[in-house]
Design a binder for this molecule. Structure first.
Ligand SMILES: [Zn+2]
Length: 879
């Protein structure tokens, strides 16, 4: 089948499986080139399915060695088999067993789906449909089975043998060369949660007792010699387990919980029941090889995968259209965990930055889709910011709309009612309807309608009546396949800020809910606040209460007032971002006349903020100092974007602010110097973040001083965070000193691939014409490999995120990335299609670049024998 002819799978075509599989017994003899898989499945007709239907099992590149029904070999006429499936034409209309044997070549599996080897370690990745690369199966999430897995291997090659559940037996085989382990998972699960690991691994471990008294052995497995870097992941695991007990009342439910880090992994990590498998970049950490950002990511992703044990595993998805049921909810849960562990406002700001740069960008381009898509050709292409990050925003809004208590009751009801099932968004929402007594039918539109709504707000103060009238209106732009949009339910958290803080909110409007939230559920809304004794400044969308674009009729003066006076820290940050964004958008469209004046205003505001009587929280101050990225400005401009111009005005504004504040920032840096040894804790990490934001501004505003500071910081640093910040600052300052530092950094970390990923990316992001040649040369670096997703996404992914160089006016950037997508597609379609997703904003470019990007996309699309993954992204990008 040609990839373009892949069938479109639709939500409305869902029907229950005709057959169920109650138990799965797997016997797997691991071998690098010939792994033998013996599966024994106990099947029965599904009462909800069609009686007497044939049995069609999924396969993917499989070879069948044997099939027996109730231990009798099947006549050839009784079944049809291909690498893609096994059909038994007339199975008995009762329970029966099926014995299936297949042979796999894990060493040749470069797709990293199913069973493969990574640096000599056997591991699996089965979500979304990798299990069908191991054996023929009903590979769909609503078929849930109890697994018993026997693993056998040469002891020297794989002394560690792990699978899901609890270890029930392990021994050497006669002769002593081989050994085996048997794992049993009592919790029924879909095949995508199956996992095994076999290899030489070191580990760290810890005992844990759950809130309900279960003793659990926790362990983190890593490559030999790296156990010293596994402690933070284990510590994070313990903290998130306690948190889930305390906040969601969820206890762990097996006797062991294992985390394994592997170096070749397509995703971030995978929540296989009791055996989470991680990309090693989200496990390994020590001060000299992991940045503060890495420590925070590890904490968040360890928590995310652990939290899936309830939201994803105990309650799974009926079908892949419900992916957001587990992902959006679990992202929300990990965001809340991180907010509790660190600073809530800073975490919120960081999450909003990510949402805007990834999801808003996706929503504005040809790949836009609803949080719950209604059709797909390749589900691997729907592990997107929309499903994950916007999915989490929908949960957050739900909580705001019905209140924390009703939300908590609804979650409890969901855990109770849906435990052990494969559920849908409707079943999830029903729990909150019951818990809150509210009608959520309109709210559910967030799951169905793509695109980022815009809310336009304007206000009028009437001094005589002491009243303030606020007008809100919403609209959502058309997206592919959805020309017409209806209003969505938007919770707008707000305050009216007066001379000395928030004014009381008095209104008769039914749109006003408790806790300062107005619900905008129509196209427009007007509400009047009374007893407003002074002209207020409205502070809207506090805490970013909905994933929308907000257009305000406030002037810069009002926004600067909010920056200094708003009680909501998120909106203080947002006020300054809005001032900068507006100026940059105007300048990025060609009108630079006000840019210098805005720079002076922003510098004044920042100077007052940093020099006030009490020093602000460092992590928050670091966020305040960081302007919107050039890509954010480009997205706000939205059409006919000239990336070079946007980059230029961004640099002009940043340099002007950096120049005006250079002396103050240098003083600030001195005051923030760390004296003790490195700690990844939030407070010292916040101080480093502020010092390093200051360094970046100085590097642009006062390059000579910036270079001096950066080089000194690199030499003195006792941690990767400060070294990376020094490198990043120097990449802004062309010249021989930069090249020397790049060379020193590369030598220093020659044996550390995860650090070299950052080094490759820092170079790929240099906004200069020579970068393309530099990236091509770096592909020849001994550390680089097209076979490793982290290397590819570091170097090539970094380049594709380089606004000016990926979007070179001569189109060479597009051609380069397109060529790599085509080459990579032959070995790893998932990573290739993710890279091709870098073209998602091509339509907003000015005509010349747009034409060149289109040419590159058409070249990809016309390539013969594309994978379904890449063919789908190419077609939708051009569609
Ligand atoms: Zn997840």
């Amino acid at each position: 089948m040609r990839a373009e002819d892949a069938p479109l799978i639709r939500l409305e075509d869902y029907r229950p499986s005709d057959w169920l599989i109650d138990t799965v017994d797997l016997d797997i003899a691991l071998d690098p080139a010939r792994t033998k898989v013996r599966a024994l499945l106990q099947l029965r007709p599904n009462p909800a399915g069609r009686a007497g239907a044939p049995l069609t099992l999924d396969g993917d590149e499989l070879t069948l060695d044997l099939v027996m029904l109730d231990d009798v070999a099947l006549e050839p006429a009784a079944y049809a088999v291909s690498p893609q499936g096994l059909t038994i034409h007339a199975p008995p209309r009762r329970a029966f067993s099926l014995r299936i044997e297949t042979t796999l070549d894990p060493g040749a599996n470069t797709k990293l789906m199913g069973l493969y080897r990574s640096s000599g370690v056997y591991c699996t990745q089965c979500e979304a449909d990798g299990f069908r690369r191991i054996t023929y199966f009903l590979d769909r999430p609503d078929v849930m089975s109890v697994y018993t897995v026997r693993l056998e291997a040469r002891k020297a090659e794989a002394p560690v043998l792990l699978s899901n559940g609890n270890l029930v037996a392990a021994a050497e085989l006669p002769g002593g060369e081989r050994h085996f382990a048997v794992w049993h998972d009592p919790h029924p699960k879909p095949a995508y949660l199956f996992a095994l690991v076999g290899g030489r691994l070191d580990h760290v471990r810890q005992d844990y007792v759950t809130g309900d008294g279960r003793k659990v052995e926790l362990a983190v497995y890593v490559e030999p010699g790296k156990a010293g870097r596994a402690g933070w992941a284990l510590d994070s695991l313990v903290r998130c387990m306690r948190w889930d007990e305390r906040v969601f009342g969820r206890n762990y439910d097996l006797d062991v919980f294992n985390v394994v880090a592997v170096s070749d992994f397509n995703m971030g990590a995978m929540e296989n029941k009791g055996l989470n498998i991680f990309n090693d970049k989200y496990v390994l950490a020590d001060p000299l090889t992991a940045s503060d950002g890495d420590y925070a990511s590890i904490e968040a992703i360890i928590a995310h995968e652990y939290f899936h044990n309830w939201t994803g595993n105990r309650i799974t998805c009926r079908d892949w259209f419900q992916l957001c049921l587990k992902e959006g909810l679990t992202v929300y849960r990990d965001q809340e965990f991180s907010a509790d562990e660190r600073s809530r406002p800073v975490k919120r700001i960081a999450d909003v930055r990510t949402l805007r740069s990834t999801q808003f960008a996706e929503d504005a381009g040809p790949l836009a889709h609803p949080v719950r898509p209604r059709a797909y050709k390749e589900i691997n292409n729907f592990y997107t910011p929309t499903v994950y990050e916007k999915g989490a925003e929908v949960i957050r809004m739900l909580k705001v709309l019905i209140g924390a208590e009703a939300f908590s009751r609804g979650m409890d009801l969901y855990f109770e009612r849906c435990d052990g099932t494969a559920a849908t968004i409707e079943e999830f929402l029903d729990c909150f309807v019951e818990a809150s007594g509210q009608d959520l039918a309109d709210f559910a539109r967030w799951y169905e309608q793509a695109g980022t709504p815009t809310v336009v707000a304007s206000g009028r103060y009437d001094a005589d009546a002491a009243s303030y009238t606020l007008q809100l209106a919403q609209s959502t732009p058309a997206t592919p396949g959805q020309a017409e949009k209806r209003p969505v339910v938007i919770p707008v958290a707000l305050g009216l800020v007066g001379r000395s803080g928030d004014l009381p909110l008095t209104t008769l409007s039914p749109a006003m809910k408790a806790d300062g939230v107005v619900v905008l559920d129509q196209a427009s809304l007007s509400l009047t606040f009374t007893e407003v004794t002074e002209p207020p400044t409205p502070s809207l969308l506090r805490g970013f209460s909905a994933p929308v674009r907000l257009e305000l009729d406030l002037g810069d003066g009002d926004l600067l007032r909010l920056f200094s006076a708003d009680s909501d820290p998120y909106n203080r940050w947002q006020a300054l971002q809005t001032v900068a964004t507006r100026a940059l958008v105007r300048a990025g469209k060609g009108d630079r006349s006000a840019l210098d004046a805005t720079a002076a205003d922003l510098a004044d505001a920042l100077s007052g903020f940093l020099g006030g009587p009490t020093l602000p929280d460092s992590a928050f101050a670091a966020q305040v100092l960081r302007l919107p990225a050039p890509a954010d400005v480009a997205r706000e401009i939205g059409r006919d974007v000239d990336p070079e111009l946007v980059h230029g005005v961004h640099r002009q504004l940043t340099a002007a602010i950096g120049g005006a504040l250079a002396a103050q920032l240098m003083q600030l840096r001195t005051g923030l110097s760390e004296r003790g040894p490195y700690s990844p804790a939030a407070a010292p990490a916040g101080r480093r973040a502020l010092r390093n934001e200051a360094l970046g501004l100085i590097a642009l505003g006062a390059p000579a001083q910036g270079a001096r500071l950066a080089l000194a910081q690199f030499d003195e640093a006792d941690n990767l965070t400060d070294r990376l910040a020094a490198l990043a600052a120097m990449t802004l300052i062309p010249g021989p000193e930069r090249e020397t530092l790049i060379g020193r950094f590369g030598d220093l970390y020659a044996g550390e691939p995860l650090v070299l990923d950052k080094w490759l990316m820092a170079q790929a992001l240099i906004p200069e014409e020579g970068t393309l040649a530099r990236v091509k040369a770096l592909m020849g670096h001994p550390a680089f490999s097209l076979g490793n997703p982290n290397r590819v996404l570091g170097l090539i992914g970094g380049f594709a995120a380089n606004l000016t160089q990926f979007n070179r006016p001569d189109g060479e950037g597009y051609g380069f990335v397109a060529d790599i997508v085509i080459a990579l597609d032959r070995t790893n379609p998932q990573v290739a299609s993710r890279l091709l997703g870098s073209f998602k904003s091509w339509r907003m470019l000015e005509a010349g670049r747009r034409a060149k990007a289109e040419t590159a996309l058409r070249m990809v699309k016309a390539t013969p024998n594309l994978s379904r993954d890449v063919a789908d992204i190419a077609a939708r990008s051009l569609g």
